[in-house]
Design a protein around this ligand. Structure first.
Ligand SMILES: [Zn+2]
Length: 221
């Protein structure tokens, strides 16, 4: 698996400190299952994040906040806690082919879920987790696009199968999109294979086009 899109430092610091909503934590843990680079960064965030987080306003952090913090600290190796190793022996992960945190929640492969059709070429499976925000799987047919939308909060996406492209680039299995209120985008599935992704938000999305606004009550994104 070749992964080219990763989390912001701010997201990994929030994950390491245990302050993400459940759905986002499952999504981050799932990417970490596949991505050694982010596991290493999360370990560093775990070591430095806890004591500093309370003094830092998360919304004001820049994307390279962790790197800046690490530059300021000279931690001995022993303080870098190994807290985020992948659960490679997870039985459910082996049975489903999914990363362990998601596999444990779903308990079955993607093809055996009760998908609900929510529009042309789009199916959804709501994980039904406690808020704030929502955590769902979207299964999108080839050539279909999600209505153009921006965000009131943060939105994390982990691609599980297939790929899509949007204003930010091309995202394939294993990649994550880590977007906040500044970003408006319109993902479109860009191969002949359907795209399945896990999406976790901490606030509702805001659709910009007329079709998006019409679709919002039905999609419930
Ligand atoms: Zn990564």
């Amino acid at each position: 698996m070749k992964i080219s899109h990763h989390f912001d430092d701010a997201t990994l610091i929030a994950y390491a400190s245990g302050s993400l909503p459940q759905g986002m934590a499952v999504l981050v843990g799932s990417h970490l299952h596949w991505c050694k680079a982010c596991r290493d960064r999360a370990r560093e965030a775990d070591a430095v994040g806890g004591s500093l987080l309370e003094e830092i306003e998360p919304v004001e952090m820049s994307g390279d906040a962790l790197a800046q913090m690490l530059d300021c600290l000279d931690l001995p190796e022993a303080q870098r806690l190994p807290s985020t190793e992948p659960e490679v022996r997870s039985q459910k992960a082996m049975e489903t082919g999914l990363p362990a945190p998601l596999a444990e929640l779903l308990g079955r492969p993607l093809d055996q879920l009760q998908w609900r059709r929510i529009g042309y070429g789009v199916h959804q499976y709501d994980l039904g987790l406690e808020g704030p925000g929502a955590t769902r799987l979207l299964r999108i047919a080839p050539g279909v696009s999600v209505p153009h939308h921006s965000h009131r909060g943060n939105e994390l996406t982990l691609i599980l199968r297939g790929s899509y492209s949007d204003e930010l680039g091309r995202f394939c299995a294993g990649d994550v999109a880590d977007v906040d209120t500044d970003v408006a985008h319109q993902p479109i599935v860009d191969t002949g294979e359907e795209c399945i992704c896990l999406i976790a938000t901490d606030a509702p999305l805001k659709f910009s086009g007329l079709m998006g606004r019409l679709a919002q009550p039905f999609i419930g994104l």
